[in-house]
Design a protein around this ligand. Structure first.
Ligand SMILES: O=C(O)CCC(=O)C(=O)O
Length: 254
């Protein structure tokens, strides 16, 4: 097993580090069974970025307790704290790529924040393989050394790419500015991953209004105040709940 310094050094040099077999098959099986069952009730994505042959289960910690253990995996937390300092969980999503899915557009996770192009990484992502990732079943594709190059266009056209082949139970840890994409699934089975992002903890309002003014009370408020308290999204990706605009919470029951 790689040690923490080796992982950090790979993150700094090439933007990602693969840690194979980080969790046991028993944990993989438990999480895989739980998430796969939930995904049977989830529709496919409705645009090319999330994938029209891909299913996603968002806001995992509001859905299930099966992922808790991997979110606080000791090695991952040590790496994340060393690389980013104090963090919060950013996105938490299960991503099941089905046969026939095409390659996703290359992107980097820090792209959701309007940061200067040379700003340090503020996110560290972890893609946990719950199936073996193979060349043709939708394994994540990365552009090595493409981190902290936020302003390059279409890096996949000018840089080498690498398909991350890994056995289930492994974790791909990657910099928030690393260009990557979900792969094309040319196999006849699905590929399941849990993606957890850890974000520097200063990226939040000073006051946690969503706890001091919870949904039943917020429901009665002016919609402009609901939005200011955080029941709102900065489109396209910041602030969703279960993948949707939190304002839908109020629209549905009005
Ligand atoms: O599923 C993957 O391999 C990566 C997906 C991804 O990067 C995303 O949806 O933002």
């Amino acid at each position: 097993m790689k040690d923490i310094q080796e992982i950090i050094s790979e993150l700094e040099v090439k933007g990602y580090s693969l840690v194979e077999n980080l969790i046991s098959n028993a944990i993989v099986k438990k999480v895989e069974m739980d998430i796969s069952k939930r995904l049977t009730k989830v529709p496919f994505g409705d645009n090319n970025f999330v994938g029209t042959k891909t299913k996603r289960l968002y806001s995992l910690f509001g859905e299930t307790r099966s992922v808790d253990e991997i979110a606080i995996n000791e090695i991952i937390l040590e790496v994340v704290n060393e690389y980013c300092g104090d963090v919060l969980l950013g996105a938490s999503v299960a991503c099941q790529i089905h046969p026939g899915e095409t390659e996703q557009a290359f992107h980097f996770d820090d792209g959701i924040y309007p940061l200067p192009s040379d700003f340090r990484d503020v996110n560290l992502g972890v893609i946990w393989a719950l199936d073996d990732f193979t060349v043709d079943n939708g394994a994540t594709v990365v552009i090595p050394n493409s981190h902290q190059k936020r302003d390059i266009e279409s890096p996949e056209k000018s840089y080498d790419r690498e398909i991350i082949i890994m056995p289930k139970g492994s974790a791909l840890i990657y910099s928030g500015s690393l260009w990557h994409a979900g792969g094309a699934n040319r196999s006849d089975s699905t590929r399941l991953a849990i993606i957890l992002q850890y974000v520097e903890s200063w990226l939040r309002p000073q006051d946690t209004h969503l706890i001091s003014v919870q949904v039943p009370e917020a429901r009665e408020l002016d919609s402009r105040l609901q939005a200011l308290l955080g029941y709102s999204m900065r489109k396209p990706f910041l602030g969703y709940v279960r993948g949707d605009d939190p304002m839908d919470l109020f629209r549905e029951d009005k």
